[in-house]
Design a protein around this ligand. Structure first.
Ligand code: WT7
Length: 658
């Protein structure tokens, strides 16, 4: 495992923020960590009482009797949507703006807590009328929209478990997720509008359902976004506005146990099949609310903006649940950062006086490039003085991008919280706190208070600071993954492997702690998972997509290689069922295979680079040598020992790009 370049600059928390922060200074941070160290359950119980309003208070905190299937606050009951909406109205925030929504084409609308509550109730009633019951799964395939948030909240209200599928996934991927979840309903839109383009959603739902295996789906609710043409099956499909219009604006929440599954979210692992990460209600809501408040130092008058899509976990925790549970005002954006030009984010921060801005390194890196050539894209040409705190999420942020973000977006005044976490963790795990943590660019710094992160070797022994190793979490925490839907064995094997006697949560990342400060730096995935533009993908998934083109492809191997903008890029090595193509033919087939992967999984999975060979580099026992493929993909000279290789000549072939 490589040690990252040494980073010496340190940025102490700005005085103005530290003075009044929720966690104000390292002493306050250490006190919280000590409290958790001394009385782990007491610490989480105290916060669970402070951040969650329970219908029936819990008397048990952590149940480890069926480890690693941990339970938190199990005898407590609550409703997540009640906590996010009704409570704020009851506390006098009914007329406060909950969401400032800006469409792709720049129209702005404001939605108060009372309006969100009433519409959530109508949608929840519509779902109940359609026969959706507590425990049923509902797939949400929606554009970024207020309705998308409402759909999630409405499911939470009636105790249905939502599974949001990112609108960029293909019909095949959508079908797989609907089938695995056994969804009884799908909520979608006619089309989505992104970057001035209309993209179908309902048509993809139709196609997904026609592919078979989705007999569980009884109703499709369709939000009319663009008014584009859609096919309608009157026996199955219903316009969302029709279904909602007839419904009362009150809906008694379904009070559920703390462990009741709030949502499934499919993510990639080391095998070809995506896993349905299952989250519970009570513990998840606690960490969503808590981290939104502490990590961003959220205050009542903040304007919070997380640019993620609700199709990813970031959009779940830091759009749909965390900000609303805190009664915050947030911006929700339908479009993309580069439309109508690459100044869109900066213009929106200026227009809406955003105070907390949370985005991904990929977006920052692509906007740095745009700002170099286009003054309209240069953040320095906008009034960004409203900003107080900046955040980064989804992949490592390189020090150069960090410095640019800090200087040009944050005007040198705003702390950057580099938040490390995962779909499985539900919320932040390792992150600076704006009023406490001195910042080191490129390091996600220290664990959130109460998160027992450590770096260990293969046997589970902690390695000394300064030495790379495997990132683990030594104790269960409230918002952790509960299981992989329908596959508890895979849950155990993936996250609580026998290597660590089933005791530690395995994140799947490598990490190193700074020799002096103990700060964590994430060194990247240690499994076959890629991170392209902050989107997680399994190499096996892409390989299966490629070989499913049975007419053309005999064999395929996929690896990642570093990319300046997207962090990692997908590189595929392919053996065709016909002679190795060259020149124009190679280009044409590479293009066809790229489109194929786009259709099978979604555009985000399209290989950037496809190389053809007569064979793949294999050991004499037939194992593909991925280590070599990774070196070739990077364009490195092969200095490694290739003596165990069956067919050394093909290395030369595979080095040629198309
Ligand atoms: C993987 C999780 C975090 C929610 C969005 C992505 C990488 C995430 C960081 C960070 C370095 C990071 C890890 C992790 N990652 N945040 N701040 N620094 N790496 O969630 O799709 O579940 O992906 O993203 O490799 O395991 P996800």
């Amino acid at each position: 495992m490589s040690t990252p370049e040494h980073e010496t600059r340190i940025y102490p928390p700005p005085e103005a923020i530290a003075r009044q922060a929720h966690v104000s200074g390292m002493d306050a941070y250490r006190q919280l960590c000590d409290e958790a160290e001394r009385d782990y359950q007491g610490y989480w119980a105290r916060l669970a009482r402070e951040f969650v309003t329970w219908r029936q208070p819990f008397t048990q905190v952590l149940d480890e009797s069926q480890a690693p299937f941990f339970k938190w606050f199990e005898d407590g009951t609550l409703n997540v949507s009640y906590n996010c909406l009704d409570l704020n109205v009851e506390r006098g925030l009914g007329d406060k703006t909950a969401i400032v929504f800006e469409t792709d084409d720049g129209q702005v609308s404001r939605h108060t807590y009372r309006q969100l509550l009433e519409r959530t109730c109508q949608l929840a009633n519509a779902l109940r009328e359609a026969g959706v019951k507590k425990g049923d799964r509902v797939v949400i395939y929606m554009p970024m929209s207020v309705e998308g948030v409402l759909a999630m909240q409405a499911c939470a209200r009636i105790g249905a478990t939502h599974s949001v599928v990112f609108g960029g996934f293909s019909a095949q991927s959508l079908r797989d997720r609907i089938e695995d979840a056994g969804a009884v309903a799908v909520i979608t839109a006619d089309e989505q509008l992104r970057g001035g383009k209309q993209l179908p959603l309902k048509a993809i739902v139709d196609e997904a359902l026609s592919l078979g295996g989705c007999d569980s789906v009884r109703q499709v609710l369709v939000y009319r976004r663009t008014g584009g043409n859609v096919n309608f099956d009157p026996a199955r499909d219903r316009w969302l506005h029709d279904a909602m219009a007839a419904q009362p604006t009150q809906c008694e929440p379904e009070w559920v146990g703390a462990e009741h599954p709030l949502f499934l979210l499919y993510t990639s692992g080391s095998t070809g099949k995506p896993k349905g990460v299952q989250h519970a209600s009570g513990g998840y809501l606690l960490h969503a609310a808590l981290t939104t408040k502490w990590t961003f130092d959220l205050r009542p008058d903040d304007i919070f903006w997380c640019t993620a899509d609700i199709g990813w976990v970031t959009g779940h925790t830091y759009i749909t649940y965390g900000p609303l549970a805190n009664g915050a005002t947030q911006v929700v954006f339908e479009g993309v950062p580069t439309y109508p030009d690459a100044g869109r984010f900066w213009r929106m921060i200026q227009d809406h006086k955003v105070t907390i801005f949370y985005t991904a390194p990929t977006a920052i890196r692509s906007l740095i490039k745009a700002a170099e050539v286009n003054p309209a894209a240069d953040p320095r040409n906008y009034d960004l003085t409203s900003l107080r705190v900046l955040g980064s999420v989804g992949e490592p942020i390189n020090p150069a991008a960090w410095e640019w973000y800090h200087q040009n977006v944050g005007g040198g005044r705003c702390p950057i919280v580099d938040t490390f976490w995962q779909t499985e963790t539900g919320g932040h795990m390792i992150t600076p706190l704006p009023g406490a943590t001195p910042l080191v660019p490129g390091s996600c710094s220290l664990p959130f208070p109460g998160i027992m992160a450590a770096v260990v070797d293969e046997t589970g022994k902690e390695v000394p600071w300064g030495q790379g190793g495997i990132l683990v979490v030594k104790k269960p925490w409230p918002s952790m993954i509960r299981t992989i839907y329908g596959d508890p064995e895979r849950f155990k094997k993936s996250y609580y492997p026998a290597d660590f006697q089933g005791k530690y949560y395995l994140a799947g990342d490598g990490a190193v702690r700074d020799a002096k400060t103990g700060y964590f730096t994430i060194t990247g995935r240690i499994d076959d998972v890629l991170n392209v533009s902050g989107h997680r993908m399994g190499t096996m998934e892409i390989e299966s997509a490629l070989v499913s083109h049975t007419e053309l492809v005999a064999e395929a191997a996929v690896v990642g290689r570093p990319d300046d903008t997207t962090g990692e890029a997908v590189c595929a090595f392919v053996v065709l069922k016909r002679p190795r193509p060259e020149g124009e033919e190679a280009k044409r087939i590479a293009k066809e295979l790229r489109e194929w992967v786009g259709k099978e999984i979604g555009p985000i999975a399209k290989p950037k680079d496809i190389r053809f060979g007569d064979n793949l580099p294999k050991t004499r026992s037939g194992k593909i040598m991925r280590r070599l493929l990774r070196a070739i993909a990077k364009g490195e000279a092969i200095t490694q020992d290739t003596s165990t290789l069956e067919n050394p000549a093909i290395l030369e072939q595979l080095s040629q790009t198309n």
